[in-house]
Design a protein. Structure first.
Length: 259
């Protein structure tokens, strides 16, 4: 007589053990995947800044070694001083093309012939700003240093941008940095030290903004507590926010401290 053998399946205990193992592996691997994704975005952002650095040097080659001006006067003469002049209505790309009577030329607009890729202006890790948030045609994640674009910005008057020859330490002078949000505005900001040209500890109220790179409260560090920087010699690197204003920072990262 032939006996039929019954197949044996997983018991409930065995199934729960498998599920527990999968859950443990997921808990271990998901943060690793997230960190890898964040590192990839940080690398993409750093590449964007390097491309901006190449474009800025190509621009300077065409303009007697002078870098881009931060913000030129409105074409209709409404504004003859420094940015933003009036109404805080600043468009970085389409403004001078679509409404030249309102929008003056700006550093990002002037760089477009050397970039020819709008995506370079946006860091993939930044969030949408609540102030003039970006749209499909205007988006900018980076800040241009007024120390470079307007050599006398701290006097409250417009002056030509720096030339390469006038920068004593181009490898120590910041040109662009990643602000941590994306908006339509062409960002321009003087590199503010916590105590001018003197090295000093981090002020107790630094988290409230007012010092670069966190010049404003919504400028959050987009990459693991820090952001990417481009220097005037063309090299780019990542640095934590705290490193950029504490006693370890060379004071010659500000142009007026190099003079």
């Amino acid at each position: 007589m032939r006996h039929l053998q019954s197949s044996k399946g997983f018991t409930l205990i065995e199934l729960l053990v498998v599920i527990a193992i999968i859950a443990i592996l997921a808990a271990i691997l998901f943060p690793v995947f997230a960190q890898a994704r964040e590192k990839a975005m940080q690398t993409d952002c750093l590449s964007n800044l390097k491309q901006l650095g190449l474009a800025s040097h190509m621009y300077s080659q065409d303009y007697d070694q002078r870098f881009m001006g931060e913000w030129q006067a409105f074409r209709n003469g409404q504004c003859t001083t420094w940015w933003p002049c009036t109404n805080w209505q600043i468009g970085w790309y389409t403004g001078p093309s679509t409404n030249p009577n309102l929008y003056g030329l700006n550093w990002a607009f002037e760089m477009q012939p050397y970039i020819k890729n709008e995506q370079l202006m946006t860091c993939p890790a930044t969030r949408l700003s609540g102030w003039n948030p970006a749209d499909n045609t205007d988006a900018n994640s980076y800040v241009y240093n007024s120390d470079v674009g307007d050599s006398n910005w701290y006097f409250g008057q417009y002056s030509p941008a720096l030339t390469e020859a006038t920068i004593p330490k181009p490898s120590d002078l910041i040109m662009f940095w990643d602000k941590g949000d994306t908006e339509r505005v062409v960002e321009i900001q003087g590199w503010n030290g916590s105590n001018g040209c003197t090295r000093s500890p981090i002020p107790s109220n630094i988290t409230n903004g007012g010092w670069c790179p966190m010049c404003y409260g919504d400028w959050v560090p987009p990459h693991n507590g820090g952001r990417n920087y481009l220097f005037c010699d063309g090299h780019a690197k990542f640095a934590p926010d705290g490193m950029m204003w504490d006693i370890e920072v060379p004071q010659d990262w500000y142009f007026y401290c190099q003079q």
